[in-house]
Write a protein that binds this ligand. Structure first.
Ligand code: PLP
Ligand code: COI
Length: 331
């Protein structure tokens, strides 16, 4: 199986903004765009993106999961980066049109079609370090995918890091610069302690990893950081919290400190997991902090994590009723 996100459909769909208007979205070849070397995005990182998925149901029909939420988040990221405003209805149409065109290439479960809407500032102006790009490009890439983590659902090892993932006011923006600023800590954690991911906990505040949100499960309670500007408001996080509430679990969105996490994670039956479009819900088996390793529960993931992942997949795969109206039918 090819690595996650390395295979693309031959076409994407693209619209450009200039002179205060958007061009009619067009299908274009995926393997190239033309960009001025002085484009704003290449110098001042005016870029944001989304990650969502389309699923194939047993009867061959294709559905997109929570598209409205992802479109709204890209609109919010664009606004926070002072990129040109787009009509959410236009982007939704672009997504449905490109997925519909490549519906036959949407993998069957457990695979899916990963959808990557991207918005970049294209104005050729290297003087605009402190001014927004007045031109931009919005495109939607498609990539048929399987599991994000190479080990499948094998419990992950996380290194708890005292620094932040990114600037505190940028965490809720899904922007390339945030991933760049997290890269060195993640590479160091891999090399030093064979960690799969870093859990960023500035000043003891348990926030998120480089590409997923963090959830602690202790008996019937699910605990995760309450929404603020410092981290990404995951749509999988929101879905899992909803499914946990549906099952009668207590959902606590509040501050979680490293001390409390290490104490509660050690209890028998405790579970921890990462949630994200790519990660789905992946169990965490080990936390590493200040040179010490802490096993989460029995270190093997647990029944609640599995049940919540299954409940999410069942809706995505059309095996359970879509009671929350999360699916958009493409064809
Ligand atoms: N946090 C970060 C930094 C991410 O990159 C992602 C992945 O998209 C998430 C959280 C989870 O967000 P979502 O569930 O919307 O995919
Ligand atoms: C996603 O889950 O959609 C992400 O954005 C993670 C990723 C950077 C592969």
């Amino acid at each position: 199986m090819a690595a996650f996100g390395t295979v693309f459909t031959p076409e994407m769909i693209l619209s450009r903004f200039s002179n205060d208007s958007w061009t009619e979205p067009q299908f274009v070849a995926t393997d190239s765009i033309s960009l001025h070397p002085g484009a704003h995005v290449l110098h001042y990182s005016s870029t944001c993106f989304e990650g969502l998925k389309a699923f194939k149901h047993a009867d061959g029909s294709v559905y997109i999961f929570r598209m409205d939420k992802n479109v709204a988040r890209l609109a919010q990221s664009s606004a926070l980066l002072a990129l040109p405003k787009f009509d959410p209805a236009m982007l939704s149409r672009m997504i449905v049109d490109i997925v519909g065109r490549y519906a036959s290439e949407v993998p069957t479960p457990p695979g899916s079609m990963y959808i990557r809407p991207t918005h970049i500032g294209t104005e050729a102006s290297i003087g605009k370090a402190a001014a927004p790009s007045l031109e931009s490009m919005l495109y939607v890439l498609l990539s048929p995918v399987g599991d994000y983590f190479a080990g499948g659902a094998k419990p992950l090892r996380l290194l708890l890091e005292d620094n932040a993932r990114c600037a505190p006011h940028m965490g809720m923006v899904k922007s390339g610069g945030n991933y760049a600023s997290a890269l060195q800590p993640i590479m160091k954690a891999r090399a030093a302690v064979q960690a799969d991911q870093v859990l960023f906990c500035p000043n003891g505040d348990v926030q998120e990893t480089g590409a997923a949100n963090f959830l602690l499960i202790d008996g019937n309670e699910l605990i995760t950081k309450a929404l603020d500007a410092s981290f990404l408001h995951g749509i999988t996080r929101d879905s899992i919290l909803t499914l946990a509430r549906d099952r009668g679990m207590k959902v606590s969105e509040r501050e979680l400190t490293v001390d409390e996490l290490l104490e509660r994670a050690a209890k028998p039956g405790a579970e921890a997991a990462l949630s994200g479009t790519a990660a789905v819900l992946t169990p965490v088996g080990t936390l590493i902090h200040n040179g010490k390793e802490y096993q989460v529960g029995n270190g093997q993931g647990g029944a609640t994590t599995n049940a919540l992942r299954q409940a999410l997949n069942d809706i995505q795969w059309g095996k359970a009723a879509d009671t929350h109206g999360w699916l958009t039918k493409v064809c």
